[in-house]
Design a protein around this ligand. Structure first.
Ligand SMILES: Cc1cc2nc3c(=O)[nH]c(=O)nc-3n(C[C@H](O)[C@H](O)[C@H](O)COP(=O)(O)OP(=O)(O)OC[C@H]3O[C@@H](n4cnc5c(N)ncnc54)[C@H](O)[C@@H]3O)c2cc1C
Length: 560
């Protein structure tokens, strides 16, 4: 029997989305828990994220708006099963649809204040059976991290640190179109100033979610949390996980786990060698993943008998190299740029090749696939002056003020004619002219006959919420000058890893679970397979399957 320096009931490797949900559950079951975090901050990529969770049939939806059966119908319609997708199965998807709303009820019962993410944030394939055109999203309320006391500075930085709900934050770029948004922004500015004067440290989105989870864990003494504590080994003997090896004061420390080990250590977005092997053509520099997600636990799980799958999947998030992109905390994303009226995207031969709306995961996957036939990394977003007059560019406001600076820096290319622009970006002028003419014809008819952009509620969500006669997503490119920016297949994390069962147990060779070894989040082959069904399809499953793991290990089954 292995000797240990200390022992807990439950050890969690990494402080991702599932970690603290599992700790709260263990506390309720009267068990002890240790969370070991490699970096100096708690919260993982989840903290840096939007913190949106895709939770079907959740407590904030209207009666009759959703149901377990409708959610399962949608997941089954959107996620194909197959030998290349062992992370998903009808059982894992049903488990998610059933348990996610229960997990949400549980964390709310622990004092974690949540709300509906938005009333309009459609599923990414809302046209499929069971799809919802309203929203299945859930987010945390903004949080004053000063409430964490000495732990405030140990919470990883959020991508957006203001006293504002995520849904409202996403409206700010449209401020000039609406007095209501201006008023809302004035209130937020006032709250920010008052907060500064009164010592508040407001965070929102993922940092609010993980901040609130951390507060609940600290208040209940649900776990001991150690930062700067990388786990290097999972100790497995006779097919059973017994504990881990971490580092304390520069020395290896063996820690035993009576009930089990949950690995919630994120993905491998920061490991270029693993990218080259599994996600060829993608780059660490384009990724928004956090520095500590380098796949060390993927390799360790494989070493102890786990099976890796769906490793060629990432949650793509298209980006552009706007000035400062290489040092920005969050890379400039272009998800809603090319879905707006007066904008399209073309490959290097000047052809459109996809619906520029839709999910970021599908967008980048399509870009990478297309690149194997026609060079399309980077692709070019093509816009006209109407676009520049109305919308932010890659999320950046102040377009009028900054445009000439951006052109000078070489980020934005421009031409007085489509042909002139084509010459700037090395795309055949006649081909680009034909593509733009065809697009303008579709806009006149109100139908994108090639890719059906604008026919899904989600395309509208990304389009213009204040259309001026052109529809939400379609708008001609016909007012000079014309502009282009290069678009790359970035990501917000990888999406493949170890294969698990409905109880989050890691499956060994032959498909049998390794006793006492659990995993959740993007350390696993996603239960969503190779598809991203809606906003929050990463954080929601991580938290839910972390919570399920703890229920299973504590022997609570369906009692919670
Ligand atoms: C800007 C941005 C916005 C996003 N928005 C959303 C969103 O709104 N909704 C959504 O669902 N997804 C979103 N994503 C994606 C999502 O954030 C991640 O996929 C998800 O948070 C991953 O969660 P996780 O629990 O698997 O791991 P993580 O949250 O990444 O946590 C893993 C933790 O494990 C630690 N760790 C790694 N190795 C070790 C080790 N050996 N020992 C100890 N600790 C270790 C890491 O340091 C890290 O803290 C977004 C991502 C970004 C970057």
């Amino acid at each position: 029997m292995a000797e240990f320096d200390e022992t807990f009931d439950w050890i969690v490797v990494g402080s991702g989305a599932g970690s603290m949900a599992s700790a709260l559950l263990m506390k309720q079951a009267g068990k002890t828990c240790l969370i070991l975090e490699k970096s100096s901050w708690v919260g993982g990529t989840t903290c840096k994220s939007g913190g949106v969770m895709w939770i079907p049939n959740n407590r904030y939806m209207d009666p009759g708006e959703d149901s377990l059966e409708k959610a399962v119908e949608y997941l089954d319609a959107v996620v194909p099963d197959g030998p290349d997708s062992p992370g998903t199965s009808p059982q894992r998807r049903r488990t998610y649809a059933e348990q996610a709303p229960r997990m949400l009820d549980f964390i709310v019962s622990q004092g974690v204040e949540m709300e509906r993410g938005s009333r309009f944030w459609p599923d990414y394939y809302d046209e499929l059976p069971g799809g919802v055109k309203t929203s299945r999203t859930v987010t945390a309320l903004p949080f004053d991290k000063a409430e964490l006391g000495p732990w405030a500075d140990k919470l990883r930085q959020g991508f957006f640190e203001l006293p504002i709900r995520l849904d409202d934050g996403m409206k700010i770029p449209f401020m000039k179109h609406s007095w209501d948004i201006k008023k809302m922004f004035a209130k937020v500015a006032f709250k920010t100033v008052v907060g500064k004067l009164t010592g508040k440290k407001w965070v929102t989105a993922g940092a609010a979610l993980q901040g609130r989870m951390l507060k609940a864990v600290l208040d209940r003494k649900a776990a001991e949390i150690r930062v700067d504590s990388p786990v290097s080994e999972i100790l497995v003997e006779n097919g059973k996980a017994l504990g881990v090896i971490t580092v304390a004061d520069g020395k290896p420390r063996r820690i035993g786990a009576r009930l089990g080990v949950l690995v919630n250590a994120g993905g491998f977005s920061q490991n270029q060698a693993m990218r080259d092997q599994h996600l060829p053509g993608t780059r660490v520099e384009w990724s928004n993943g956090i520095e500590s997600n380098n796949g060390d636990m993927h390799r360790e799980l494989e070493r102890v008998g786990g099976t890796l799958a769906q490793m060629d999947e990432m949650v793509g998030f298209q980006m552009t190299m706007a000035p400062g992109w290489d040092t920005d905390y969050v890379k400039p994303g272009t998800q809603s740029t090319t879905a707006k009226p007066h904008a399209i995207q073309v490959d290097q031969s000047g052809q459109r090749y996809m619906n520029e709306g839709g999910s970021y995961e599908l967008f980048c996957e399509t870009m990478l696939k297309h690149d194997r036939e026609v060079p399309s990394v980077p692709s070019w977003a093509i816009m006209d002056q109407q676009y520049m007059d109305k919308y932010p560019l890659a999320g950046k406001m102040g377009v009028k003020r900054n445009l000439s600076k951006w052109i000078e820096a070489g980020w934005v290319k421009t031409g007085d004619s489509i042909e002139g622009l084509a010459a700037q970006i090395d795309v055949p002028p006649a081909a680009l002219r034909a593509t733009v003419d065809r697009w303008n014809g579709f806009c006149a008819k109100g139908i994108d006959e090639d890719f059906h952009r604008g026919e899904r509620a989600y395309d509208d969500f990304l389009g213009d919420p204040f259309p001026q006669g052109t529809g939400h997503s379609l708008g001609p490119i016909d007012k000079a000058p014309y502009y282009a920016i290069a678009i790359y297949p970035g990501d917000v994390g990888t999406f493949g890893g170890v294969v698990c069962d409905v109880d989050s147990r890691v499956l060994g060779p032959g498909g049998a679970p390794i006793e006492g070894l659990y995993a959740c989040g993007i350390t696993t082959a996603s239960p969503m397979g190779r598809v991203y069904p809606g906003a929050g399809a990463s954080v929601g499953p991580s938290m839910t399957f972390g919570w399920i793991a703890a229920k299973h290990a504590a022997g609570l089954g369906n009692q919670v």
